[in-house]
Design a protein around this ligand. Structure first.
Ligand SMILES: Cc1ncc(COP(=O)(O)O)c(C=O)c1O
Length: 403
């Protein structure tokens, strides 16, 4: 188990050859000389807190991503056109689609925001389409105001709800089923134009919605209602009942599938995500986005990651091993969990979770916040082995009543 796998700050500094490499890499024409300033200390990851609250990948980015960022330093004065195109082409190839069927985002969070603003809004809106200024690249765009409700599961990843509210859309929450799947029949019944958000695997439950049900739901949903399937945790799912719905978008103009580089690719701080959808759907989304919203370092890192054949299988294997260890230890203490298809677990602590979260925090372990729909469940990200041992020691302490 690679406890020391992620590259330390010192090693990273060595990789960058701090100072000299940066100066040496500056383009050799007419730029003002940069006078060295006293170093401003960057925030470091706090060493005293074990952070198991944000479903990050504790092993970090691929060494090839770090190398690609180092190489990109000399290009940071330029807009990221070519890097953007390269990443889009690579993602198109990876997903067997064309490049006009990919939209990059500043994290998949931006894709969620763009989808909410493009496809939700007041149902009585009669605003007319507006012609927009032609962007620096690509075809002219028309902005058509979003219309219709946002329908989501409860609980689910909530960022998109706020975006829909800002669009003044009605937001409808539909409880998960007893098996923690999306209740697709009820969600379909609630929808009226607008957007249905399906998070699969779902955050915070780490549960999946079975592939047959999801496939049938996509086939049956009227084309006037958009469906956004968020596959942020796709690479961690290994159940035979799970499958990505990316291949379905070709036959379904209302389907958008979001992916991220924040999870298995370990790049949460860099902010890159994307979605796959039909070209016309992408055209409707694009006006809601900042031009060039993904920066050149993040693009370089994403390109580097995709070139590393080890990044995904390593992340999958290490997560699976540590998750199995944690769940077996939690089981020995008499606690159940929701079957997990992600890099985090939902443990039923059999009492209100809030005091336990506080007690763990006092012991230097930060777990997920409480989720009102599941008030006795604790969401714990799977960190490295040593971090999980720290969690388990603290959990034993607080859960057996000595807290
Ligand atoms: C289900 C889900 N979707 C999207 C995101 C946002 O990811 P990104 O970092 O790509 O914006 C998260 C982050 O935790 C998530 O859990």
């Amino acid at each position: 188990m690679p406890e020391n796998y992620s590259i330390s700050r010192r090693r990273f500094a060595q990789l960058l050859g701090v100072g000299t490499a940066v100066v040496a890499a500056r383009p050799a024409f007419g730029l003002p000389t940069i006078v060295a300033q006293p170093a401003v200390a960057l925030p470091t990851a706090p060493t005293t807190i074990v952070r198991l609250s944000s479903n990050e990948n504790p092993y970090g980015p691929s060494p090839m991503a770090l190398k690609a960022m180092t190489d990109a330093f000399s290009l940071t004065w330029r807009y990221p056109d070519e890097h953007s195109e390269t990443l889009i082409d690579m993602l198109a190839k990876l997903n067997a689609v064309t490049s006009d069927q990919i939209l990059l985002g500043d994290g998949s969070g931006e894709i969620l925001k763009v989808a909410a603003s493009a496809f939700t809004g007041p149902l009585n809106s009669d605003a007319k389409p507006v012609e927009l200024a032609k962007p620096t690249r690509g075809p002219a765009l028309t902005f058509t105001p979003g219309r219709g409700k946002m329908v989501v599961a409860d609980p689910t990843f909530e960022a998109i709800l706020n975006h829909a509210r800002i669009s003044r859309a009605e937001v409808v929450k539909v409880p998960l089923t007893k098996t923690y799947a999306h209740d697709l029949a009820k969600m379909a019944a609630e929808a009226k134009e607008g957007l249905i958000y399906i998070c699969n695997p779902n955050n915070p439950t780490a549960s999946i919605t079975p592939k047959d049900e999801l496939r049938e739901f996509i086939i049956k949903t009227p084309k006037s209602t958009m469906i956004l399937v968020d596959e942020a945790y796709h690479h961690y799912a290994d159940s035979p009942d799970y499958e990505s719905v990316i291949p379905m978008f070709k036959d379904h103009s209302n389907l958008i599938v979001a992916r991220t580089f924040s999870k298995i690719y370990g790049m949460a701080g860099l902010r890159v995500g994307y979605c796959v959808a039909q070209a016309d759907t992408i055209r409707r989304m694009r006006p809601h986005q900042t031009w060039d919203s993904v920066n050149i370092m993040a693009l370089a890192a994403a390109i580097g990651s995709l070139n590393d054949p080890e990044q995904v299988p390593n992340g999958q294997r290490w997560n699976a091993q540590t998750k199995q260890f944690v769940l077996s230890e939690v089981g020995k203490l008499g606690y159940q969990h929701i079957p997990s298809q992600a890099n985090f677990v939902m443990i039923d602590v059999k009492r209100p979770v809030q005091p336990l979260i506080g007690a763990l925090r006092e012991r230097g372990v930060q777990v997920g916040r409480p989720f009102p729909a599941l008030p006795t469940h604790m969401r714990v990200t799977i960190g490295k082995q040593g971090e999980m041992e720290t969690f388990l020691n603290a959990f034993r302490d607080v859960a057996t009543g000595s807290a």
